[in-house]
Design a protein around this ligand. Structure first.
Ligand code: NAP
Ligand code: ZN
Ligand code: ZN
Length: 350
């Protein structure tokens, strides 16, 4: 067992604090990753604050991990010591169900696979995530980080990148697509970059005018601040595809009004509150509503390769571990440009 340094929550209300987590001894197919950077996803906040139901404390979040292989088990063939690697939202799955066989481990019939934090693994232990110095993961769930990608700027791709990539591919986004992206945070800004790289005409809908210049620099073609109610009339029925990436509950009826006839609103945000809408918000233009949850391992690797080829990564602000709580507060105030990434070398012993 390895005692890894970590940062985690001991209750839904306490600030995150320094702690140690036990990483298991390597089994034949295990890889020990020395973590270099971990992105702070808003899901980390939802989870550690028990917004999705009671978390298991102590709770170490983090599922946007990049690092270097420090040690391998006796049967590992996919990775070697010194390789640059990445770990995303999943660390295992049943590998037998139809979804696992199809490369959609994120929809594994056995509890949706083993998540990087807050799941119970094959040994009966609650998984602890990437706000840590080391993690042990079975080799098939460790991804290859292509040469062109920076360790810090690519960490957020492991959740927000694949979440965006997966929905854009499923919706066949390309040269003739016209899409709206609601919310310009960690997930939103990567959605804009990827959709732009795929050739789409992208409109950002942000709740204030503050991010206009940034949005255009990220590849958006248009920008609207939804604080101006006239926007909802001006853009009524405009978007064949509207993707919501906001972390807070929105007035869905208002946003459904922006979707084109026969179009689709895809919700990616995961606030704790129930989604509510009137039937006529859907009936009026035959609008569909859907969702998308992260992505499978094969697609995550495909997304990393696509990003390396196109020079895409996240816009990051690197923070020391002691600034994680401040980063949470800034994210809750929408003051993130556009992903905080923790430098794992700043984790200190409790
Ligand atoms: P984030 O970096 O904190 O960004 C969230 C953005 O939402 C903010 O920057 C803000 O954008 C917008 N927002 C926040 N409060 C708002 C409000 N009251 N009204 C309107 N807009 C508001 O969060 P994130 O990491 O991108 O995650 C966003 C959400 O997606 C979270 O709920 C997260 O759990 C979820 N998520 C889901 C998946 C999935 O698989 N579906 C994957 C990753 C994350 P503006 O300032 O531009 O309005
Ligand atoms: Zn995430
Ligand atoms: Zn499965």
């Amino acid at each position: 067992m390895l005692d890894a340094q970590a940062y985690g929550a001991v209750s839904p209300t306490a600030p995150l604090t320094t702690m140690t987590v036990k990483r298991r001894d390597l089994k034949p197919h295990d890889v020990l990753v020395e973590i270099r950077y971990t992105g702070i996803c808003h899901s980390d906040i939802h989870y550690t604050r028990s917004e999705w139901g009671p978390a298991s404390y102590p709770a170490v979040p983090g599922h946007e991990i990049t690092g270097v292989v420090a040690e391998i088990g006796s049967a590992v063939t996919r990775h070697a010591v010194g390789d640059r690697v990445a770990v995303g939202c999943l660390v295992d799955s049943c590998r037998e169900c139809a979804y696992c066989r199809a490369g959609e481990e994120n929809h594994c019939v056995k509890d949706g696979g083993t998540l990087t934090f807050g799941s119970v693994d094959a040994d009966g232990e609650v998984t602890q995530g990437g706000y840590s110095t080391h993690i042990v993961v079975t080799e098939d769930f460790v991804l290859r980080l292509p040469d062109g990608l920076d360790l810090a700027a690519s960490a957020p791709l492991l959740c927000s990148g694949v979440t965006a990539y997966s929905v854009l591919r499923r919706q066949d986004v390309g040269q003739n697509s016209r899409i709206g992206v609601v919310g310009l945070g960690g997930l939103g800004h990567v959605t804009v970059k990827l959709a732009h790289a795929m050739g789409a005409e992208v409109t950002v809908l942000s709740h204030s005018p503050a991010k206009r210049e940034d949005a255009l620099a990220l590849g958006a073609d248009h920008y609207h601040a939804t604080s101006d109610p006239a926007v909802f009339e001006q853009l009524a029925g405009s978007f064949p595809l509207l993707i919501i990436t906001a972390s807070a509950p929105l007035d869905l009826d208002a946003y459904l009004g922006l979707v084109a006839t026969h179009g689709t609103l895809v919700n990616l945000g995961a606030p704790a509150q129930p989604l509510q809408m009137y039937a006529f918000s859907l009936l009026k233009r035959d609008v569909s509503i859907g969702a998308s949850l992260i992505g499978g391992l094969r697609q995550t690797q495909e997304m990393l390769d696509f990003c390396a080829e196109r020079g895409i990564a996240s816009e990051v602000e690197i923070v020391a571990a002691e600034r994680i709580n401040e980063a949470y507060e800034r994210m809750l105030a929408s003051d993130v440009r556009y992903r905080f990434v923790i430098d794992a070398t700043t984790m200190v012993r409790p």
